[in-house]
Design a protein around this ligand. Structure first.
Ligand code: PMP
Length: 408
């Protein structure tokens, strides 16, 4: 039988850092052979209660039979037609039916591509070069959204991002009451993009009324508002975070839940903006947008099935109810162990912060050792999580908290 150590050695030789994603660079790495419901099984036979849930994509848990069947059926009929197909139309219709601000939809292969396209559309529509984002809000890994501020408000970005690109992105501190006005006030910014939940799907909550205020400043300054619903879309409410807040963006970006656990993303929004992608009678589009896997039939099959299953809001409510119980039990473990920290929740997403940052840094690893896989001290709860999963989680928390603060 293959062992984790063998896989680790092979991975180290061909994958940079032995992994395919910065957030999957665990020490020791995890090699999963199978996943079902709320559980995943490792190559060494261990079983984990999973709260990473496909980085938030799997609202119905792993391998939901209805989604698996739809994908298998589509795979048997072809995986790529390089032409239109009914499922992509249905997929867009479902998104437009659920999200009030969506009049048209263009599919992409990922959430990253969706936010990239939204900013391209905004620049094309406004004729402005600059874009603005909020500090610590994540929109993918490409240049324009990699700019951020450090503690002393200096712009920074990862190696490999040109200074000239960095200069095109204004970064706003959401804690600064003047931030929106000073970044957008000169009318030079094409779009403000933000996570309406607060950065990292609510790990960094926004001040009350912030998104509505952003809408007003955008209106006053001719800036387009892009709400990034890649994580929150269809998860916090069938109509997304924008439905919960009652704010209508010009453009929205989607991914994750939308594609039912397969690769996919989309931009949705005002028809006049999305129609910049349309090819006219002269054979040209104002904003040309190709993409080999746009509206891919497999992803469309998974996405249509997922959206049909979550359209009435019952799945979101069920996952949120389980998440509320998870939140309650973690709070109880914090109290019982006397570890300083906080647990809070947005719908089915639970966030934990320990007062001792070093202890928090150890938490994910300790939880994994106890059979529970959290994602950067946060949890995505699905409809598949059960009482038995919560019990394993509560026990794992109890031990992990005790060890984390002891410095182990
Ligand atoms: N926007 C947000 C809010 C995200 O959390 C993510 C990914 N975690 C993305 C965009 C990028 O999506 P993808 O990983 O599909 O490119």
């Amino acid at each position: 039988m293959t062992t984790a150590a063998e896989l680790q050695a092979r991975a180290a030789a061909v994958l940079p850092g032995g992994s395919t994603h910065i957030a999957r660079s665990y020490r020791p790495p995890l090699y999963v052979v199978r996943a079902h419901g709320a559980r995943k099984w490792l190559v060494d036979g261990r079983e984990l209660v999973d709260y990473t849930m496909g980085h938030g994509a799997l609202l119905l848990g792993h391998a939901d039979p209805r989604i698996s069947e739809a994908v298998a059926e589509q795979a048997a009929r072809g995986t790529h037609f390089a032409a239109g197909h009914e499922r992509e139309i249905e997929w867009a219709e479902r998104i437009a039916a659920l999200v009030a601000a969506v009049e048209r939809v263009r599919f992409t292969s990922s959430g990253t591509e969706a936010t990239m396209l939204a900013l391209r559309l905004a620049r094309a529509a406004t004729g402005r070069d600059l874009v603005a984002k909020l500090h610590d809000h994540f929109h993918g890994w490409y240049d324009a959204v990699s700019a951020d501020r450090d503690a002393s408000s200096r712009h920074f970005s990862p190696d490999g991002v040109p200074e000239a690109v960095l200069a095109q992105t204004r970064v706003i501190d959401p804690a600064d009451p003047e931030g929106l006005d000073s970044a957008l006030g000169d009318g030079q910014v094409a779009a403000l993009i933000l996570e309406a939940s607060g950065g990292h799907y609510g790990r960094h909550p926004l001040p009350d009324g912030y998104v509505a205020a952003a809408r007003r400043v955008c209106d006053r300054t001719g800036t387009l508002l892009v709400i990034d619903e890649v994580v929150t879309g269809f998860r916090v409410h069938p109509g997304g975070m924008q439905a919960l807040l009652g704010v209508r963006p010009d453009l929205s970006t989607f991914g994750k839940v939308m594609a039912g656990g397969l690769p996919g993303g989309a931009v949705g929004g005002r028809a006049d903006l999305l129609d910049l992608l349309a090819v006219g009678s002269d054979g040209r589009a104002a904003v040309p947008h190709p993409g080999t896997y746009n509206g891919n039939p497999l992803s469309a099959a998974a996405g249509c099935t997922m959206l049909a299953l979550v359209a009435d809001g019952a799945a979101q409510e069920q996952a949120a109810t389980t998440a509320m119980e998870l939140e309650r039990r973690i709070a109880a473990r914090l109290a019982a162990t006397g570890v300083g920290g906080r647990v809070w929740r947005l719908s089915s997403m639970v966030h934990v912060r320990l007062d001792d940052a070093a202890a928090e840094g150890r938490l994910d690893g300790l939880l994994r050792a106890g059979g529970v896989d959290f994602f950067h001290s946060s949890a995505f709860v699905s409809t598949a999580h059960t009482e038995a999963d919560l019990e394993v989680t509560e026990d794992a928390f109890d031990s992990a908290l005790r060890v984390a603060v002891a410095g182990g």
